[in-house]
Design a protein around this ligand. Structure first.
Ligand code: HEM
Length: 271
């Protein structure tokens, strides 16, 4: 009797964790969809219309006259950004995976290939062309590029070896690493909303301790933190699942506020 009660309790707690993760994912899908629309509109529509000056609306190094290679790398980076931002969430949706396995396989190949290419193009932009945030910004985004490529490598290798359970874990890590630039924009806007201004960093140089913290929290932390989720999911201890669920509710609320601020303050005005 008592063991059947504890099984029911444990089931309801794993349901709580599942629900909190599902809600987190829904908020991320909506936010990344808005980000993808912004990329397609600002860089795609204006690029196709030949209005390359508009590329500088968000990035001072978007279009630079006489820099053919730099502009080409930037244009490729934007095209890949749209592909990866749309393709990532689709790849993790269980319904898409089970109902359309062929699509999952094709999209998976495109996603992995895009992950490598976008990182290489990003490294060129960071180190050859220079970026907002200077050396420190370049070091942090390089860590993100390295994580993306390591996760992509293991995700594809394990899929080819038929080790599907491990493949799924690496695919989730890859999604989180790829989402790093999106997390960065969302957490930055959350920070600006909370403090009503650039507290802890300099707006001119785009450097400071607050930014270093947001870089770490966006580019590196999600890939490490997911280990707690994998453990809590497999664990029989309810306490860990409850703690993680509460953390996920709070995180989701923060991401929702950051997404709203990024949409209203950063993406919509530039579309
Ligand atoms: C993997 C997913 C990525 C996406 C979706 C993405 C998306 C974008 C977007 C949309 C911009 C234009 C700025 C804006 O409108 O917000 C941009 C710029 C840039 N990205 Fe990425 N990016 C990704 C990964 C990377 C990586 C891994 C690196 C570096 C290794 C990188 C380096 C850069 C640089 C240097 C710029 C120019 C920023 C500047 O002018 O200061 N990106 N990216």
């Amino acid at each position: 009797m008592s063991s059947s009660i504890s099984i029911t309790k444990s089931k309801s707690k794993s349901k709580v964790l599942k629900r909190s993760v599902n809600l987190w994912f829904v908020v991320i899908v909506i936010g990344q969809f808005i980000f993808a629309l912004y990329i397609l509109d600002l860089y795609g529509v204006n690029g196709l219309a030949g209005d390359f000056e508009r590329w500088n609306a968000a990035s001072p190094h978007g279009y630079v006259e006489q820099d053919l290679w730099g502009n080409l790398f930037f244009g490729i980076h934007m095209a890949l950004a749209a592909i990866i931002t749309i393709g990532g969430p689709l790849q993790l949706m269980k319904k898409v995976r089970t109902k359309f396995p062929t699509f999952h396989r094709i999209n998976g190949r495109i996603y992995i290939f895009t992950a490598f290419l976008i990182s290489i193009a990003g490294l060129y932009l960071s180190w050859v062309r220079g970026m907002v945030g200077g050396l420190i910004g370049a070091i942090f985004i390089t860590c993100n590029a390295a994580l993306i490529m390591v996760c992509a490598f293991y995700a594809v290798r394990l899929a080819m070896n038929g080790k599907l359970a491990s493949h799924r874990k690496w695919a989730i890590r890859l999604f989180l690493a790829v989402s790093g630039v999106w997390f960065f924009r969302v957490f930055l806007m959350l920070w600006l909303t909370i403090f009503q201004g650039p507290v802890g960093f300099d707006l001119e140089t785009f450097q400071g301790p607050a930014l270093n913290m947001i870089y770490t929290f966006s580019y590196i932390f999600p890939v490490l933190f997911v280990e707690f989720y994998f453990r809590a999911k497999e664990s029989k201890h309810n306490k860990g699942q409850w703690t993680l669920s509460v953390f996920m509710w709070v995180l989701t609320a923060c991401i929702a506020v950051g997404t709203f601020s990024a949409t209203m303050g950063m993406w919509l005005p530039r579309m």
